[in-house]
Design a protein around this ligand. Sequence first.
Ligand code: NAD
Length: 335
Amino acid sequence: MRYIDDDLDNKTILITGGAGFIGSNLAFYFQENHPDAKVVIVDSFRSGEKLSNGNLKSFGHFKNLIGFRGEIISGDINDRDLLLNLELNYKFDYIFHEAAISDTTALEQDLMVKTNVNAYKDLLELAIKHNANMIYASSAATYGNAASPQIVGREAPQNVYGFSKLCMDNLSREYMQNSNISIVGLRYFNVYGPREYFKNTTASMVLQFGHQILLGKNPRLFEDSDKILRDFIYIEDIIQANIKAMNPKKSGIYNVGTGKARSFQDIVDILQRELGTTLSCEYIPNPFIGSYQFHTEADIASTKEALDYEPKFEMEDGIKAYISEIKRVFEEEVK
Ligand SMILES: NC(=O)c1ccc[n+]([C@@H]2O[C@H](COP(=O)([O-])OP(=O)(O)OC[C@H]3O[C@@H](n4cnc5c(N)ncnc54)[C@H](O)[C@@H]3O)[C@@H](O)[C@H]2O)c1
């Protein structure tokens, strides 16, 4: 589905983190809906390098980009030479900044702030030099356990990831005041959908429960999962928000969720209905109490107003749209 009328012919679009989940979906959106736009992806891809929690340092994967015909640059946004190359050899009209240490459980504060905050500042400088519109990924993690519905301005991050995203937002506000470019920060809530598989254990619980069920295993949930509520949002609505953020009524920081909180138990129940199973659930103690969000629900009034954003996928619709891909990935990657 195409979200804007502009043809974007002769426009050049940079997507950082384009080999990751959300970035690759954006890349295909442009390829399918605006084939005459030039799309350049920058991503560090995965190496074997791991963080101290055992997860990969970066999750980019070539399989997310099979079929993509634009330009792909393997590089690290912390590398000043790479940024200089981008500055001198391209002229970007739009920058979609998705590259990040996206693992909310990462403990490396130095790497997190450097990659998520400091490199973002360099990209803002690039956007100013090119007079490009900046659309970047912030996060609901900025809210931590702040009361629902979460509203921009009431943040309380509980981990360094959420802190780094809040730093990006603060930096953005400064640039909104002191520059002429359009800057939109999108605070994504819990995203699920195609091309997330290579995030491994940091992929959404929709995919992880889906694969547990397809393996015939009893879904394992945290105790009281019917009371742990999140605003789960399907990738199509995330793409909608990004595309509409290309021409916002106003620069700003906006929540991107459905505006409705659903439980982890709901995910399993909907998946079981879609997959035709009746496995009984196992409940285990939640080891993350203290650094875990128990209730998120985006206040999306300002997003609707500034971006003309209207979420289209309730969780039932999102899982229904996703189910064939959950099965395909299971057949090709898991089984
Ligand atoms: N998926 C979600 O639920 C969610 C929620 C809130 C915010 N976000 C944010 O959205 C953005 C995209 O997330 P995602 O879910 O697609 O995660 P992802 O990990 O799949 O994508 C991030 C991409 O950035 C790349 N990357 C990491 N470090 C890099 C570096 N130094 N230089 C260049 N590339 C680098 C990775 O290889 C990866 O391809 C991130 O900024 C993330 O923090 C995601």
